[in-house]
Every structure is written in structure tokens, then in C-alpha cells.
Design a binder for this molecule. Structure first.
Ligand code: SF4
Ligand code: SF4
Length: 165
């Protein structure tokens, strides 16, 4: 499927929201045995034709959560103490997680490169999580991500074609 542009995505994701929600409810009830395998395949196929550097919508609109290991690794890279890093860049959200104080992410450069790419948070490395094992457990997150990530939107569209429920 042709990937939606960032201008098209909000409306398309809105149009598909209820259909996707119903589909995911069915998926949760009875996930197919080969789900991990199919998701890995769909994820790899979509990302082969995805240029994240011309998008960066995840970095622009939604930040990752930072685990303690992320904080220690990134602080060290920036030659800061973990506490200094937290005070300078992070806040605690309603789920008690460390998240960015503001978006777009402070570490996103003008050319869409990540300034801390080598040490970036685990959540950034794994975004949009469409190759996650036991994918049926993260359908709420994925539904949200279809509104943010054109690749995630397409993967869900392809998934509905591949796995009829
Ligand atoms: S992961 Fe999705 S939202 Fe993020 S840059 Fe790539 S295509 Fe865009
Ligand atoms: S840390 Fe890097 S990859 Fe993660 S949101 Fe910021 S710019 Fe994007």
C-alpha cells in the first residue's frame, strides 16, 4: 500500500480508527498461532520501503519514555550526572514514567537526525513496536500509533488483509 503522507495521515487514521479498534478486539480474544511471524514479516516489508529521515513524526509529536538504563547511558554520553540529565530534559508523567519535558524531542536535529542516535532510548529503537512478540498485547498502543506513524498505519492495513478475523 502507498504510504500516506503526514498531511493525509490524521484523516485516514481517523477514518480507520473504529474498524481497527474492532479488529484488535477480535485479535486479542483469539490471536493466531503464527502472529509473531506474520508481524515480523509485515514490519520488515514496510520498513524496507520507509525512509524515517524524511518523516521523524514520532520524534516530533510524541516522545519516548526513558528507563533508568536509558537515563544512565544518555547522561554518561552527555557527560552529565543522571540527576542533572533528568532535571534538564525530563519530567515525570501521570503513569510515573520519565518522559521529555517537551516535543519535538530536544535531540532531534533540523535534518531529522537524532543527536544521540547511538545511545537513544530503547523505546525509540523499538518504535513503532510493530514487530513486538505477542503483538496482541500492545494493540491499544498500536491504535494510537496509527495516528502518528505512516508505517504503523500501513502495517495495520496490511495485517487486516493478511489475517482475516
Ligand atoms: S517510525 Fe514511523 S513516525 Fe517515526 S520516523 Fe519512521 S515512519 Fe515516521
Ligand atoms: S531521542 Fe532521538 S530517536 Fe528518540 S525521540 Fe529524540 S530524536 Fe527521536
Amino acid at each position: 500500500m502507498v504510504k500516506p503522507t503526514l498531511e493525509q495521515l490524521p484523516q485516514l487514521a481517523k477514518d480507520k480508527h473504529n474498524e481497527n479498534k474492532k479488529y484488535f478486539a477480535k485479535l486479542k480474544k483469539k490471536p493466531p498461532k503464527n502472529l509473531d511471524y506474520v508481524m515480523q514479516e509485515l514490519h520488515d516489508e514496510e520498513f524496507e520501503r520507509t525512509d524515517c529521515l524524511s518523516c521523524a513524526n514520532c520524534c516530533k509529536t510524541t516522545g519516548p519514555l526513558f528507563t533508568n538504563a536509558d537515563i544512565e547511558r544518555i547522561a554518561k554520553h552527555l557527560k552529565l550526572k543522571p540527576q542533572q540529565f533528568i532535571e534538564q530534559y525530563l519530567r515525570v508523567d501521570e503513569d510515573n514514567d520519565h518522559v521529555l519535558q517537551s516535543v519535538p524531542c530536544t535531540f532531534l536535529a533540523a535534518d531529522n537526525y537524532c543527536m544521540i542516535y547511538e545511545v537513544r532510548p530503547k523505546a525509540c529503537r523499538e518504535y513503532p513496536h510493530t514487530d513486538r512478540k505477542k503483538f496482541q498485547q500492545i494493540t491499544n498502543l498500536t491504535l494510537k500509533n496509527t495516528h502518528i506513524c505512516p508505517a504503523a498505519f500501513n502495517i495495520v492495513e496490511a495485517m487486516k488483509q493478511k489475517i482475516k478475523l
